[in-house]
Write a protein that binds this ligand. Sequence first.
Ligand code: IPM
Ligand code: MG
Length: 357
Amino acid sequence: MEKRIAVLPGDGIGKEVIQGAIEILQAIGERYNHQFSFTYGEIGGSAVDSAGVPLPDETISLCKESDAILLGAVGGPKWETLPVHLRPEQGLLKIRKELNLFANLRPTAYFASLADSSPLRKEVIEGVDMLMVRELTGGIYFGKPSERREVEGKEVVVDTLYYERYEIERVIKQAFELAKTRSKRVTSVDKANVLESSRMWREVAIEISKDYPDVTLEHMLVDNAAMQLVRNPKQFDVVVTENMFGDILSDEASVLTGSLGMLPSASISENGPYLFEPIHGSAPDIAGKNIANPLATILSAAMMLRVSFGLQEEADAIEKAVNAVLDAGYRTGDLMSEGKTKVSTTEMVQQVKAALA
Ligand code: IPM
Ligand code: MG
């Protein structure tokens, strides 16, 4: 198989973890006889430095011409004081919008060997297997106006939570489709007791559920969902929610199974190409030290093989290798616990590569 992959390392640890994922993809290519080509593009703060904007046009065209996109992370203190349109995060939001990546899939599954790294007790997390489906191109992240104003001498600020009905429909439909392939339960998370947008969200969820008689729909208020995630995470299968609720809940879900450094994600659109990225950020505090956990990005590469290229066996091979390395006791700093072997980013990548062979 021949595939063109756009690689956007971004900032901070993005560059280090991306390098690891590419090495693993190259190893897979050799072993299974696929030709993966990697073309690099700039995004985030490094794009601001080199091109003056967080998402240069060349990066957008590169992505559109590719079969899939692998992204590291964006952001860092160096760019925090720039005007809003030059912030690294704007690059990420814009690429999501440009490619119409309306659904962000963030799976969280229990890794037996990481039980000790979880802040929760083993009984609570054993068997957790959930998929968060986060709306990614609408809601309060994109609604206009979003600005400061002076009204009658008072300083005021406004952000807008805006959704068109079809935007809610398509992401909820996606969640139901995914639930059909899993345990057939959808939890739709909203704040329908307060927000009008959530009342429409709930209405749409009920409507769509009628087309999926074999999938159970449950509604949950977002504050309760935040609590249930730590109280009894096993109750969840597919969770679907709007952009900002999903941002918050997916960080929470990620540490259930050990570390933010473990969680991959896929952002999908109607026609592709799809984008794959770890859910963690650029972690400027540990950047350049060769200590970041590359596994979320490596697992994102596995998701790319499975979701974009239909390469099930190859994706399984990567996931198995990651599990084997964890079982063997290798840990980056974020996962470290007593009696384990601490490794650097590059050592972790080498271990995964060795386990693939
Ligand atoms: C994420 C990140 C981004 C988001 C930031 C960096 C803009 O937190 O992908 O979850 O809020 O979507
Ligand atoms: Mg986030």
